[in-house]
Design a protein around this ligand. Structure first.
Ligand SMILES: [Zn+2]
Length: 191
């Protein structure tokens, strides 16, 4: 398995070190893989599913270390605004949730007063021991059959807007098959 430094090198762009969020994300993945006793994530393609609880840096770090991606349905985004993720091993039916400790931010400034805030954070994320950076808990993650990679569900068509819907995301309402938007669960408004 690649080391922490290998991943940091891979995430560096034009000789510039990765942002603190990426460093923390890489560390988070390594904690999870260790707990799950997964030595080489490449050998666990499609049996590892990660649910990220925020966007920005974290999904990038997860993709880098675990190879899990939205496109092959092994990475899910459940935006809770938290620097946390659950790592589900479908092969062993175990899952671990790793969350960044908020206290690490304050401690980084105290530990490295000579550095500016971002540099102190990046240093702390590289050097603090796992327990100081994260809490990790065994959890149960209920993935729906349609959320498991490789699952196939027949597409249906929304009876109101006519758009196709995959992966069992339709809603049955008043005897009709509707997409979530037409059923009232929309994130946009037609102008
Ligand atoms: Zn619709």
């Amino acid at each position: 398995m690649k080391s922490f430094e290998d991943y940091i090198q891979a995430a560096s762009k034009n000789g510039r070190p990765p942002r603190p969020g990426i460093v923390l994300g890489v560390r988070m993945c390594l904690v999870a893989l260790k707990r799950l006793e997964i030595d080489d994530p490449n050998k666990h393609k499609r049996s590892l599913v990660v649910v990220a609880e925020t966007d920005r840096c974290l999904p990038d770090a997860i993709q880098l270390v675990t190879g899990c991606r939205l496109a092959n349905r092994t990475l899910k985004l459940r935006d809770m605004g938290k620097m946390a993720a659950s790592f589900v091993d479908l092969a062993t039916n175990r899952a671990v949730r790793v969350a960044a400790r908020e206290s690490a931010n304050e401690r980084s400034a105290a530990e490295y007063p000579e550095l500016d805030r971002l540099e102190a954070l990046a240093r702390a994320y590289r050097t603090f021991p796992d327990e100081k950076l994260f809490r990790a808990d065994w959890v149960k993650v209920q993935l729906q059959p349609e959320d498991v990679p490789g699952s196939h569900f027949q597409r249906v068509v929304c009876e109101q807007c006519g758009e196709g819907i995959g992966f069992h995301r339709e809603v049955r309402m008043g005897g009709r098959i509707l997409c979530r938007a037409c059923a009232g669960d929309s994130y946009y408004e037609l102008l």
